[in-house]
Every structure is written in structure tokens, then in C-alpha cells.
Ligand binder design. Structure first.
Ligand SMILES: [Zn+2]
Length: 100
């Protein structure tokens, strides 16, 4: 469990690119919780911008999608491997909206 968590954390960090800090925690049900924090943006309450999603692979995808949109919106020109999946992320966002 622990090894697979740190392996996932490394993979997610690489995918999210140099502007992100990725942490994977376990919640009370021993589910993965993905937290991606921006190293440069602050929210209105002066805390680092972050996105937080629980769940296995779908939690990972949802957190990474949200991070990808953050990069596109706030850091145009930034490079990160996850940007290659932007069209897929937009498609998933669209599908989630269709489902209400
Ligand atoms: Zn940012």
C-alpha cells in the first residue's frame, strides 16, 4: 500500500509538472486522497491554491483534470506532461456537466 502510494505520488508529480506539489494521503477508509497544490498561486484567503479529490483512479483523474485547467487558465505557456491530456480532460468535464 505504502509503496504503491509513493509510486503514484511520483508519477502524479511528474505528470503535473514543475509548478505543482502532489501529495497522496489515505483517508479514514484507506482510500487515496489526491492533493495537488500550486507552488505560485494564492487563493483569496492567502492560502496556496490546491485541489483535493478522494478515490482511486477516478480521484486521480479528477484532481489532475482540475490542475490541468488551472495551468491553462493561470499559467499559459507553462509546460507539464498533463497538458497533453487537455482534450481528454475537457471531454470528461463536458460529460460530468451533461450528467448534471
Ligand atoms: Zn497556479
Amino acid at each position: 500500500m505504502v509503496a504503491s502510494r509513493s509510486a503514484r505520488e511520483r508519477k502524479a508529480s511528474v505528470e503535473a509538472g514543475p509548478l505543482a506539489t502532489v501529495r497522496i494521503d489515505l483517508d479514514g477508509d484507506r482510500q487515496f486522497v489526491y492533493k495537488i497544490t500550486c507552488t505560485t498561486c494564492l487563493t483569496r484567503t492567502k492560502r496556496p491554491w490546491s485541489t483535493y479529490r478522494a478515490g482511486a483512479d477516478n480521484g486521480y483523474l479528477a484532481a489532475m483534470d482540475r490542475w490541468t485547467f488551472h495551468l491553462v487558465e493561470k499559467h499559459p505557456g507553462a509546460e507539464a506532461p498533463c497538458l497533453a491530456f487537455l482534450p481528454a480532460a475537457q471531454q470528461r468535464l463536458h460529460e460530468r456537466r451533461e450528467q448534471g
